[in-house]
Design a protein. Structure first.
Length: 157
């Protein structure tokens, strides 16, 4: 489904509209599809980066799965410095979430953001190290991967 939607601009717009809808289950499913799209290519959703960041800030805490999906979508679609900095603030908030999946999203997201925005390196390193010390197995796995990606980028420079 994600492959079909990403190639059709109208379908992408309908997907975004579903994420903003009143039905919590539909928001979760639409966010999941958006996450899957951005795993391969964030470009189809980049034009909605600001709106999606605003949505993530407003999604109720009890919708942890939606927050998880949106956290990664927001991190992947942020393509300007301002968007990456805003997304990083949202990742810091997600890191304090009660939900493990939301915290995992925050760790992975901050790592992705720091790759595109060098000024986030310190924040990312702190969050990753915290996840490695205090996190669940899933968080530690995401943190190790984020750390590897950041180290690889640092070595390439």
């Amino acid at each position: 489904m994600a492959r079909e939607i990403e190639a059709d601009r109208r379908a992408v717009k309908a997907l975004v509209e579903a994420m903003f809808g009143d039905d919590a289950e539909m928001r979760k499913r639409a966010s999941d599809v958006a996450r899957r799209i951005t795993e391969r290519d964030a470009a189809p959703l980049e034009r909605y980066a600001d709106e999606l960041a605003g949505l993530l800030a407003e999604v109720p805490l009890e919708e942890s799965r939606t927050r998880w999906h949106l956290g990664l979508v927001v991190a992947r679609t942020a393509h300007t410095r301002e968007q990456r900095l805003r997304a990083a603030r949202l990742m810091e908030l997600l890191m304090e979430d009660e939900s493990n999946v939301a915290r995992c999203s925050a760790v992975e997201g901050i790592g992705l953001l720091a790759i595109g925005e060098a000024s986030l390196g310190g924040v990312a390193e702190e969050m990753i190290e915290r996840a490695l010390r205090e996190g669940t197995k899933a968080m530690k796995c995401r943190a190790r991967e984020a750390k590897r990606r950041l180290e690889k980028v640092s070595r390439a420079k």
